[in-house]
Design a protein. Structure first.
Length: 312
């Protein structure tokens, strides 16, 4: 395992405290657009891919789906340190790749080119690089490989699959949108819906209204985000969080709100869509990333240019 810059970094990168930082791991194909290179890898093999990356090591890669999200995270760090230069609760980014160190120079040079404050690069020649996530204290893992995401979730790490798409870089502050069931919350109500239909799910929610919903795969990450959010007043926070759920507010919204209250998780805005398409409201919010377990919702978000991440 190599986990350090391969070439000197030309801009200062603040050393983060791993015991306090909110560590996000992102793969190279999530943060940069490497679709042509990935196709070359699949068609002609690792050696040809490595030669291509070495020959183009000084040519910056175009931004990928998670690029704007990482930039916005960097902006949050800046605002936190402006408020308190001694603050240690910061975001820290780890770039994780199954590539060899020889092909990693282009990745590091691309990060430097865009001024990304990243100093941790892990080039792991292993089929399952997610085995290193826990040792780095990763709280969120973003990948363009479904197998990696599933492995990370099985290891208890919040994770989501990003699809390569053309996105417009939204302005600051950092805006993160969560779906409810099977993302922020557990899928318990979804299972009742599958077994008993809508009427059964509504009755279940009424019966369970006083009992918090179980934890979903991204709850831990959302809680860390909320902790950072609380450092600022609502008017001046560089972080805004949203809940956009297919739940009906009238029949199934109260339990969701009470659950967030019980968790102590601040959400700036909540939209109970009652099954309506999410694309139009996402287009209005313009988040840096949208997490959902429904591929139809991911497609709707992509159709309006919203960076999306699927939680399988």
């Amino acid at each position: 395992l190599l986990c350090c810059p391969l070439t000197p970094v030309s801009f200062p990168v603040l050393q983060k405290d791993p015991s306090r930082a909110l560590i996000i791991a992102v793969t190279t194909r999530a943060i940069f657009n490497l679709e042509e290179e990935h196709k070359l890898y699949l068609e002609k093999g690792k050696e040809e891919y490595t030669r291509h990356q070495q020959a183009n090591q000084d040519k910056p890669l175009p931004p990928g789906t998670a690029f704007a999200f990482i930039q916005a995270v960097q902006y949050v760090n800046k605002k936190i340190l402006e408020s308190n230069p001694a603050e240690r609760d910061l975001f820290d980014i780890l770039v994780l790749s199954n590539n060899s160190p020889e092909s990693g120079v282009r990745i590091i040079n691309s990060a430097k080119h865009y001024g990304l404050e990243i100093s941790k690069f892990c080039f792991v020649s292993d089929n399952d690089s997610t085995q290193y996530l826990k040792s780095h204290g990763v709280k969120l893992f973003l990948s363009a490989d479904r197998r990696d995401v599933c492995n990370a979730l099985r290891r208890g790490v919040s994770a989501a699959l990003v699809f390569q798409q053309e996105v417009q870089a939204p302005s600051t502050p950092l805006r993160v949108v969560f779906d409810g069931d099977a993302v922020l919350f557990s899928d318990e109500t979804d299972q009742i819906f599958q077994e008993q239909g809508l009427e059964g799910a509504v009755q279940y929610e009424r019966d369970m209204e006083a009992i918090p919903i179980g934890e979903g795969p991204l709850k831990a990450f959302a809680m860390h985000l909320g902790k950072m959010r609380k450092k600022f007043g609502q008017e001046k926070s560089p972080i805004r969080t949203y809940l956009v759920t297919a739940r009906s507010g009238r029949d199934m919204g109260i339990r969701a709100i009470k659950t967030l209250r019980e968790w102590g998780l601040p959400i700036d805005e909540a939209f109970f869509m009652d099954g309506a398409p999410k694309g139009p409201i996402l287009a209005q919010i313009q988040p840096h990333i949208f997490f959902d377990d429904g591929l139809h919702n991911i497609q709707g978000a992509q159709n309006v240019g919203v960076p999306s991440a699927w939680v399988p």
